[in-house]
Design a protein around this ligand. Sequence first.
Ligand code: HEM
Length: 386
Amino acid sequence: MFSPKAMVQFEPYITTGLFTLGKRMEDLIDTGFGGKYVALNEVNSEIRLRMKKGEAAIDAAVWSAFLAFDIIGDLAFGAPFGFTAAGEDALGGIKKLRDRGEWCATVGQMPWIKTWTPYFFFDTFFQKGLQAAQALGKIGVAAVEKRMKAEVDPQRKDILYYLLTARDPDTDGNLPDLEIKAEALTQLIAGSDTTGNTITHVIDMLLRNPDKYKKLQEELHQCYPSPLPKDHVAMFVDCKDLPFTQGVIYETLRLRTTVSVGLPRVVPAGGATVCGQHFKEGTVLSTPTYTTHRDPRVWGTNAQEFIPERWMGPDKAELEKAFLGFSYGPRACIGRNVAFMELKKTVATLFRRFDYRHVYPEKDTFIREGFHLKCQELPVFISRRE
Ligand code: HEM
């Protein structure tokens, strides 16, 4: 499903998402409105005072989420959810996914607590999380059922196409309905907020490191010289090997790893020896990604600094061994190739077409850890680039 051939077939869905986003950003710059979304400068006089001509103020975290959800909706369910075009999350799906994520991260550490959920009258966290998980399941199931009933272009090759045509090794028939729905929902959960948060982090990291921002723009300008075609969207064939763009993405995933929590793994029968220490079977182990990605023994004394160039040197392969952004081993991210294609196309499109600047450069970004490490919000000014 995630073979190089499938990647080629998936690209048009990412292109469509970026095309819609680009259009919405231009609308916001020109009119202050992007569908139902009202630019921050239209409703906040302090922001208006900080604004320059040709800019609009947006919450980049919101638009990155719209884009990422629409792309995965198109890939996994046969159509975008329509958040980017509408400028709103009409289903409340993004909030549900986040509530579910925070709940899962907690329940995953203390599974016994799930039974007690109905009795938590005074703290709604657990009840809300459970309800969000159920509601999200319904959105996923409804989307798959809609697609299964719809007349579909036979040329359409998305994730759902691969799931619907997959052979079940146990029966040699098609996958059972329930399994197809569960798989499609897994793609939605795993492939939406992960990429959305990463895009927001890329914007924030570049704004905090103006010299790297400039270097990225130079690389993109060289690859896509002026005059830029109207509605430009970067094609993967052109941007997949851009070294600095790639470095920016890796470095953001290192310092702002979306899945920064230590993912639990159970030691199998017979026990296991890790780094010379033996652990009994049944022991729960995990690697703290946040800490590993800042270990000076691996990353050097500048481990805390944002240096995309470290991924352009001869020891890139060595560094990749210590990079846990997509986890490791048999349960690692199977959507990694889609994620890289989406991130490279997005960075190459947005930073070539638009300029960004923090609305509040004097403030720290509010980052929240709740399974995903995410910018709660990222108010930025956006303007056109020549
Ligand atoms: C920046 C983007 C992404 C990051 C950082 C990321 C990270 C991860 C990580 C760390 C895991 C392992 C979870 C665990 O061990 O429990 C994972 C699993 C997974 N990811 Fe991703 N992911 C990204 C994008 C995607 C995309 C775009 C898709 C689908 C199109 C996807 C599909 C999956 C699936 C299906 C799994 C579960 C694999 C399994 O349990 O066998 N991911 N991802």
